[in-house]
Design a protein around this ligand. Structure first.
Ligand code: SF4
Length: 262
C-alpha cells in the first residue's frame, strides 16, 4: 500500500520520508521515477543541463511517460555543444523542452555594473552571475510544481555526499526533490549510456566531465575530480552555483535586485 503522502503541502513527515527513501534506496531509478510520475501527476518536471545523468533519466522517462515536462536553464553563456545535444534530445524523444532564460533587465544591469566576465574577478561576483542567470530562472521554472527531478549524484562533490533519493527542497518552498541517480557512480552512468547507445554532449569526448557555461568550464586533467573543470580558478572545494545548495554569499534564497523578489 502507498505511504500516506501530502504532495502539495510540503508536510511530508520525517518518518514518511525515511520510509520512502528506505523503500527506494536499492531500487532501479525507473522504479522511483514510475512512482514519482504516478504520485505527482502533472506537477512534476525534470530539470536538466543535458549532462550524462540526464541522458539516463531522459531515456527512462521517455519510456515511462513520453509527455513528461522537461525544462532547462539557458544562461546565455552555454557552449554550442550543449545546444546541439538539446536539439538532438528533442528530435529523438519529441519532448517539448521548456527553456528558461534570465530576465534581460537583470542581465543588462549585471553586465553594466560588473562587466561581461565578472565571474573571474571574485567568488561573490561569480555567485551573483549564477544567481541572475541560473537561480532566478530556476525559481520561475519551479513555480506551481510539487516535485522536480534532478541528476544529482552523491559522489560528484563533497556537498552532495549526503543527498537522498527523495528530499524536501527547503531552498524551493519545500517542494519534493527527487534524485533517482543519487547512489550511482560515474561509471554506471556511462555504462548505461553505452548499453543503450544514447547520445551525449560531444564535449565529453574532449575531456569535459561536468559541463556548465562555456567561460566557466574546462576539460579536466587525469587524476582531477569530476567537477575540477567548473570555476577552475576558484580554490574552494565546495563550489556551488546556488541551485542545489546555498551559495557562500547566501544569494540562493534572496532577491539581489531590490524590489524584484519573486
Ligand atoms: S556558470 Fe559562469 S557564466 Fe554561467 S551563470 Fe555561473 S558564473 Fe555566470
Amino acid at each position: 500500500m502507498e505511504a500516506a503522502f501530502k504532495v502539495s503541502s510540503g508536510e511530508i513527515s520525517r518518518l514518511e520520508l525515511d520510509e520512502l527513501n528506505a523503500r527506494f534506496e536499492n531500487e532501479h531509478p525507473a522504479k522511483l521515477l514510475e512512482w514519482s510520475l504516478r504520485t505527482f501527476g502533472a506537477k512534476i518536471a525534470l530539470c536538466t543541463a543535458f549532462g550524462p545523468e540526464a541522458m539516463v533519466l531522459l531515456h527512462i522517462l521517455s519510456e515511462l511517460r513520453p509527455k513528461v515536462r522537461v525544462f532547462t536553464l539557458d544562461t546565455g553563456r552555454l557552449p554550442a555543444e550543449t545546444h546541439a545535444i538539446m536539439q538532438k534530445i528533442q528530435d529523438l524523444y519529441g519532448f517539448e523542452i521548456d527553456v528558461y532564460t534570465p530576465d534581460p533587465d537583470d542581465v543588462r544591469e549585471l553586465v553594466k555594473t560588473h562587466g561581461i566576465n565578472l565571474f573571474y574577478r571574485s567568488v561573490e561576483l561569480r555567485e551573483l552571475c549564477c544567481h541572475v542567470r541560473k537561480v532566478r530562472p530556476l525559481q520561475r521554472a519551479l513555480k506551481g510544481l510539487s516535485a522536480w527531478i534532478t541528476g544529482l549524484r552523491r559522489v560528484e562533490t563533497s556537498t552532495r555526499q549526503d543527498i537522498r533519493r527523495i528530499e524536501i527542497d527547503t531552498l524551493h518552498n519545500n517542494i519534493v526533490k527527487l534524485n533517482p541517480l543519487a547512489q550511482w557512480s560515474e561509471r554506471q552512468v556511462w555504462d548505461y549510456i553505452r548499453i543503450h547507445s544514447l547520445p551525449y554532449n560531444e564535449l565529453h569526448d574532449r575531456g569535459y566531465r561536468s559541463i556548465g557555461c562555456a567561460p566557466c568550464t574546462r576539460a579536466t586533467n587525469p587524476g582531477e575530480d569530476l567537477r575540477a573543470g567548473r570555476w577552475w580558478w576558484e580554490n574552494d572545494e565546495k563550489k556551488e552555483c546556488g541551485l542545489h545548495a546555498p551559495s557562500s554569499s547566501g544569494l540562493a534564497n534572496t532577491a539581489f535586485f531590490d524590489g524584484k523578489a519573486e
